[in-house]
Design a protein around this ligand. Structure first.
Ligand code: AKB
Length: 319
């Protein structure tokens, strides 16, 4: 790797950051990938590779890290998710938007080769198409999280067009994983249900049984991110954020699949405020731009994901 070639992952301890940092270390060498998050460093964290505490709202500190440690690429994942954002919208806006603007500003100033920032299906809303929601529709977000993602997408495109900063982005659906847990999203039920199934054999779902949402297993999300970041620049026409699809299911369908492995598993439903958010999102996504331009193909179907999740949880988490 050339000199200015370290990769910085901001939000390295989050649901996606944990697995993306590990995947980047595997690919580029553990010493070349710097993990950063709001939580203090511990010996256990530093054993896995370079890690330090960083608040993305501290632009001066961010600039120092990037220039002193020869950073050439940033993956900025730190965010407050949809349901949590609604409890303190102005704080969420500051973290999500000012955080992104700080990363874009510092990336331009220190001439990053590439930047990655995740957007979300939360940019869509009641006026968007429910099924096979297309790439190029005006966003219609209902949540402060979605408004931030929509605005963030336009900032990414602005930095690319005005300053030539190569920012790449994916609109992720709900992500399912067994390592780090999500915190405060609307799609979190699809992770909680597995822990509950293995630990207690029952789960009370906060969404109605027939709420269909687009979802993705984390290994697919990590591979998509790496593939997009490796794609030649001239292949990419979408400079806001790419729609990405993998699996669509409802809580009832997910529970039925779990029951194939845990026959006594019981699910009940008690919808709360998150139902309103879920109802505003599409139930499936049209990702033809990602497929045509950088060859995206999901690997995990619902049945694959459920057996893999249960196998890892039983062997590694609740052994
Ligand atoms: C959330 O539920 O807030 C996230 C997302 C879809 O962006 N998982």
């Amino acid at each position: 790797m050339r000199n200015k070639s370290k990769i910085l992952v901001i939000g390295a301890l989050g649901q996606m950051g944990t697995e993306l940092t590990a995947a980047l270390r595997e690919k580029y060498g553990w010493q070349n990938v710097l993990g950063a998050d709001i939580h203090p460093a511990t010996a256990e964290l530093q054993e896995k590779g370079p890690y330090f505490k960083l608040n993305v709202l501290n632009k001066t500190m961010l600039g120092r890290v990037v220039s002193n440690l020869n950073v050439g690429q940033i993956y900025h994942l730190a965010a407050v998710l949809s349901a949590n954002s609604e409890t303190d919208p102005f704080r969420a806006w500051e973290i999500n938007m000012q955080g992104l603007l700080n990363v874009l500003h510092v990336s331009r100033k220190y001439q990053m080769d590439k930047v990655f920032w995740p957007s979300s299906i939360a940019i869509f809303g009641p006026a968007s198409m429910r099924a096979a929601c297309p790439q190029h529709v005006g966003g219609d977000p209902m949540t402060v999280y979605g408004i931030g993602k929509q605005a963030g997408e336009f900032w990414c495109r602005y930095y690319y067009q005005q300053y030539g900063l190569d920012v790449r982005s994916i609109r992720f659906p709900g992500l399912v994983s067994y390592t780090a847990k999500p915190g405060g999203g609307t799609t979190d039920y699809a992770v909680e249900i597995f822990d509950a199934a293995v630990q207690t054999g029952s789960y009370q779902c906060y969404l109605k049984e027939n709420t269909g949402l687009p979802m993705m297993y984390m290994p697919d999300a990590i591979r998509a991110t790496l593939e997009l970041m490796e794609s030649p620049e001239d292949k990419l026409s979408v400079r806001t954020s790419y729609n990405l699809a993998a699996i669509n299911f409802t809580p009832r369908e997910l529970a039925a699949e779990i029951t194939k492995h845990i026959p006594d598993f019981k699910i009940s439903y008690s919808p709360d405020h998150r139902q309103h958010i879920a109802d505003s999102w599409p139930s499936s996504i049209d990702d033809r731009f990602a497929r045509h331009e950088w060859g995206w193909r999901p690997k995990f179907k619902l049945s694959d994901m459920v057996s893999d999740m249960l196998c890892h949880l039983r062997k590694e988490v609740y052994a």
